[in-house]
Design a protein around this ligand. Structure first.
Ligand code: S3P
Length: 170
């Protein structure tokens, strides 16, 4: 096991948990979206607008194939686990944790976000459909599912750390 991947829908808490888990486990943390933004030199809405979603998806896969080979935590974008090649790559190179948040919680967190082009381009109903559709892929990709409803960030992080330590020592 080389990496810990956090997967889940937009707004499920991947970055917030990733940062806290990194602090708790004392291992480096990387946010895939940030790495892509840095590499391409544009914000995510700009990448979608100028190059299209397909280009962004290629960048995501490129990241998974080439990112440094070290023991670290990676929070992924909400669309990463939908691609079977990505899904396989993550399972082969690390431990995958799925943050399973409810749609109402997610909606509260993301509906005003101008930095997420998919949210900008969708109605609440469309996003909920996407959420339902993607959930199957997250479940098929993950090693461990962590339900977040009614739990604090601290509780979720401690549970995630417990699972990582358990699997590491197996
Ligand atoms: C996306 C999720 C975003 C980002 C991009 C596309 C998606 O990441 O990668 O806007 O398709 O769900 P977050 O899950 O961190 O919001």
């Amino acid at each position: 096991m080389k990496k810990i991947y956090l997967i889940g829908f937009m707004g499920s808490g991947k970055s917030a948990i990733g940062r806290r888990l990194s602090f708790l486990l004392k291992i480096p943390y990387y946010d895939m979206d940030h790495e892509i933004v840095r590499k391409v030199g544009m914000s995510i809405p700009e990448i979608f607008k100028q190059h299209g979603e397909g280009y962004f998806r290629k960048q995501e896969q490129e990241f998974l194939k080439t990112f440094r080979d070290e023991w670290c935590i990676v929070s992924t974008g909400g669309g990463v686990a939908i691609n079977p090649v990505n899904s396989k790559l993550m399972r082969q190179t690390g431990l995958v944790l799925f943050l399973d948040a409810t749609f109402p919680d997610i909606w509260k967190r993301i509906h005003k976000d101008v930095n997420r082009p998919i949210v900008q381009a969708s109605t609440r109903e469309e996003l909920e459909k996407l959420y339902m559709m993607r959930k199957r892929y997250y479940k098929a990709t993950t090693h461990i599912t962590i339900r977040t409803e009614g739990r604090t960030l601290r509780q979720i992080t401690e549970y995630a750390a417990f699972q990582v330590n358990r699997l590491k020592s197996e």
